[in-house]
Design a protein around this ligand. Structure first.
Ligand code: DP6
Length: 359
């Protein structure tokens, strides 16, 4: 079992208490992860830009205990939040074999997001990766100096994946691959790895402005959506196309061909939503304003020869992606023509980032 590499060595230290804090970013997939099997393994390889401004900061405090079972409390922005507990219990159950100290401590998890909770931005990627990194720091203390930087990050990503698949792509940046792919060396299903080949300067400091179209609870969660891929009539085609798109991206990243980049990224976004619309049962997460924005982006691109494009995650919000050197024309366009389709005119200006950091 390849997972066995993540079983810890014998702990040489013991600490009665302590605390650690990590800040971890969100990420936006260019080739989407949609469909999983067994223990959070992806049905196709995906690749994402790690973001910079959208992040979660988590402080994990721990106190030794002698009682049995998991013990923890979660606080969001200083307030007790019991709504997160079921997801964290499930996470602890999934990772317990790899983190055998979990039942020895009572944990206090204090978390806050840089983006508003109601923004509709998924906090599971940044949240699960921040928590996984905190747990890794505790384990590192227990192990003494027996773990390298690479092992630390790989295991953090491996654990984060067991919390939420896309979270494994938030530990590092700027471009992270998750899922075994024949053309990408080192890629694997267990954890995210840095994209290993040349990336043209066109993609450095790429901008992502997130248009907050709908802040409501999603009708269908991502986890349920992944589940619907199991009996989906187009599943196998979709997984094949995603892997082919990732292969094409290798050349695009190298050549800096923005036109091909745009076509591929927008097609991926619409395929993701196409899968939702053709699931049994079917559903739609885009809103009328999502489509308004997409049409305006296409119009603007046609008229200005700009290279902005859109992508979507599993919701109604639109990520507007563009090269840094087009900011001076794209930002005014977003403010004057797109912001009016957002809830309360709100959007978040973000860009590609380098991954998580300890605070
Ligand atoms: C559409 O990682 O949120 O954002 O593994 O069930 O927690 P779980 O799902 P999640 O799915 C994210 C799907 C996506 C595409 C992507 O990020 O690749």
């Amino acid at each position: 079992m390849p997972e066995a590499q993540f079983l810890p060595k014998k702990y040489s230290n013991q600490f009665p208490e302590g605390s650690v804090t990590w800040k971890s970013p969100s990420n936006i997939a260019l080739v989407k992860y949609w469909g999983k099997f067994e223990h959070q393994l992806p049905c196709n390889a995906s690749v994402s830009f790690t973001l910079s401004n959208c992040h979660t900061t988590t402080k994990l405090s721990y106190n030794i205990k002698s009682t049995e079972g998991f013990e923890f409390e979660v606080y969001l922005d200083g307030e007790r939040e019991t709504g997160f507990e079921p997801k964290i219990i499930q996470f602890f159950e999934r990772i317990e074999a790899y983190m055998p100290f979990l039942k020895n401590y009572a944990f206090r998890i204090e978390t806050s997001n840089s983006f508003p909770h109601s923004s509709g931005i998924a906090s599971s990627a940044s949240g699960m990766s921040a928590l996984a990194l905190c747990l890794m720091s505790v384990e590192k203390e227990l192990l003494g100096e027996q773990i390298s930087e690479t092992e630390f990050k790989q295991k953090a990503s491996f654990l984060a994946r067991l919390g939420s698949g896309s979270a494994c792509r938030s530990v590092e940046g700027p471009l992270i691959v998750w899922g075994e792919h024949p053309q990408i060396e080192g890629s694997n299903d267990l954890f995210g790895t840095k994209y290993p080949y040349d990336i043209h300067p066109n993609f450095s400091n790429y901008q992502d402005t997130i248009l907050l179209v709908d802040k409501g609870e999603k009708q269908v969660s991502s986890t349920a959506g992944h589940g619907l891929m199991r009996d989906h009539p187009y599943a196998e085609d979709r997984f094949g196309t995603a892997n082919l798109n990732l292969k094409k991206l290798v050349n695009i990243f190298k050549s800096g061909d923005l036109k091909s980049f745009i076509e591929l990224v927008e097609s991926e976004a619409l395929q993701l939503h196409g899968m939702m619309m053709t699931s049994v049962p079917y559903y739609i997460l885009m809103k009328p304003n999502t489509l308004e924005i997409i049409n305006r982006i296409w119009q603007f691109r046609k008229e200005n020869g700009s290279h902005l494009c859109f992508t979507l995650d599993a919701g109604a919000n639109v990520h507007v992606l563009y090269p840094e050197n087009e900011s001076s024309i794209v930002v005014p366009f977003i403010k004057s023509e797109l912001a009016k389709f957002c809830k309360n005119g709100s959007f978040i200006e973000d860009r590609v980032g380098l991954g998580a950091s300890q605070v």
